[in-house]
Design a protein around this ligand. Structure first.
Ligand code: GLU
Length: 326
């Protein structure tokens, strides 16, 4: 089944920026006749009570979903299977142990000799955040055993090996975004499991979107540069299982900024439903919903009107600056 989704991390109360992205995800799914799922991305930094609060706030602005929300913390077996599939298809070293700290990576990537040949691609290539230069790729078993004594290992995918390229080459990948067009990026040896044993965001999101039949990914545009490598990983996982990766429509929604022009955050004062209502009783949930719809160039009022008017290509391409008042 064709589906869209909203995938909040239960780290705190949803603010207007999160609610606005959730609203776009819901509208995009409903306007295109897709099912809509909620997925709780709770592999990391969970705040107790946040999940229930987030679901209540999403309901309050009128959103509905078509099945009980799933939690990533309950889906570890699927992530185990994905690692096993990559190893079965490409050999045990296709997923390798990495002992680097963030600092090691920052130092190695900024070293002048760290330049790595890039496979193909022209024009601007997005370099993913925390680009990994491959330091631990190709360690011997003895070196690994030595390093394991000092620090637990994270697991990374050997992107060149999985892509069938010579060692050390960096694949590129592209994703299609309804607002940003074709987005191309380098694919480094991304982390699949962190060194605290938790599965990494990039792996979990790709495995879940595939498993849940998600073919429409709507989220904040701070994640735009993750989409080429997530697309690459989805294709690699499908290929490892002898399947073709289904096409996916991306829609990266511009963020909401506070009055100071920085990304909206708690420091901007009343930015959640509860804070706004406490600040001014005229901020009813309907009023907040209408303000968000207007910011998207959509008609205020019950959501059916916005579904009928929804055109992803007509969404604003600039961030919305929330003025902080009615
Ligand atoms: N859990 C991520 C967030 O809250 C979203 C991930 C995604 O939509 O792919 O920012």
């Amino acid at each position: 089944m064709s589906a869209g989704r909203y995938a909040p991390s239960p780290t705190g109360t949803l603010h207007l920026g999160n609610l606005r992205t959730a609203l776009v995800a819901w509208l995009a799914a409903r306007a295109s006749g897709r099912a809509f799922w909620l997925r709780i991305e709770d592999l990391d930094r969970v705040r107790s009570g946040a999940e229930a609060e987030q679901l209540a706030d999403l309901r309050t602005i009128g959103l509905t979903w078509d099945a009980a929300p799933v939690r990533q913390s309950e889906r570890t077996a699927l992530y185990d299977d994905a690692l096993a599939a990559l190893r079965a298809a490409h050999g045990p070293d296709a997923v390798y142990e990495c002992f680097c700290s963030r600092r090691d990576i920052a130092e190695a990537s900024s070293a002048p000799q760290a330049g790595t040949p890039v496979d193909g691609g022209s024009g601007t290539l997005l370099r993913p955040p925390g680009f990994y230069p491959g330091t631990c790729r190709g360690l011997t078993e003895a070196e690994r055993a030595e390093r394991r004594r000092a620090r637990p290992a994270a697991l990374r995918v050997d992107a060149a090996q999985v892509a069938g390229l010579p060692a050390g080459r960096v694949p590129t990948a592209s994703a299609h975004d309804l607002l940003h067009g074709e987005v191309t990026g380098l694919v480094d040896d991304l982390v699949l499991r962190r060194n605290d044993g938790a599965y990494a965001y990039n792996l979990a999101v790709v495995v879940d979107d595939l498993a849940q039949g998600v073919d429409q990914v709507v989220r904040g545009d701070d994640l735009l540069d993750s989409s080429p490598r997530q697309r690459w990983l989805a294709q690699a996982l499908c290929a490892a299982r002898g399947q073709a990766a289904p096409p996916v429509e991306h829609l990266h929604v511009p963020l909401v900024l506070g009055p100071d022009g920085r990304r909206l955050a708690k420091r901007d004062g009343a930015v959640t439903l509860a804070d706004l209502a406490a600040q001014d009783p005229r901020w009813t949930p309907e009023r907040v919903r209408d303000r968000l719809l207007e910011s998207l160039g959509l008609p205020a009022g019950p959501l059916e009107g916005a579904v009928a008017a929804f055109d992803p290509a007509a969404l604003p391409r600039e961030p919305w600056v929330f003025p902080g008042r009615l």
